[in-house]
Design a protein around this ligand. Sequence first.
Ligand code: 13P
Length: 249
Amino acid sequence: MRQKIVAGNWKMNGTPRETEALLKALVAAGRTPENCAMVVCPPYLVLHLADEILKDSPIMLGAQDMSVHDRGAYTAEVSAEMLLTAGASYVILGHSERRQYHAESDQLVNAKAKKALADGLIPIICVGETLEEREADRTEEVVGSQIGGVLAGFAPDMIARSVIAYEPVWAIGTGKTATPEMAQAVHRFIRNRVADLNQEAAETVPILYGGSVKPDNADGLLSQPDIDGALVGGAALKADDFVAIIDAA
Ligand code: 13P
């Protein structure tokens, strides 16, 4: 049975005061689901604070990006080691907002994911097509090429230790969600692509769906056979909504 994961990507939201309020509410909700990891990914600056608040809770911590380098003259970058010492065990890589606003390529995401795995972080590696690409019927071509690129050179155990997130760009922050059937079709496609690399790893790797996941659509999405959890943006900023999505998983 594959591990389920519900991860909250807070993006650029979360002052110390907001972080404290939201995390205390999540801790108070007291969920300890058995086969579902609960992860929150706040901004770097509040990771230490989040770690302090979550220390006796099953909720795990992740970051939203990291540097491919160990240390040195890379202004404003944050290393895997820094994330680990701040209490993170996951790191989101290749989010479409990083690809769009910071020109991150599959090649860079691949290098970052290898670095994350080597240093002991679990990468949540994001892929997904734009609206233009979907409308041109290029979803499989685009997502297939991203999967090939981000997993290039991965040994089977590296795939098995990773998490993939399918986030159609047109569904992010728009309120437009892929239907469960649309999402399932792409998840199946991704799993088949991974199986071309390694059959066993494809059975193990969790594939999360992201893009306007809300309490009212979580059930339908998360009951699909190849959808192993959710990467949640806006709804992760409301404790009740995030808990409801965890309950659905
Ligand atoms: P929304 O849930 O706000 O659409 O964001 C999805 C996302 O980008 C998570 O990484």
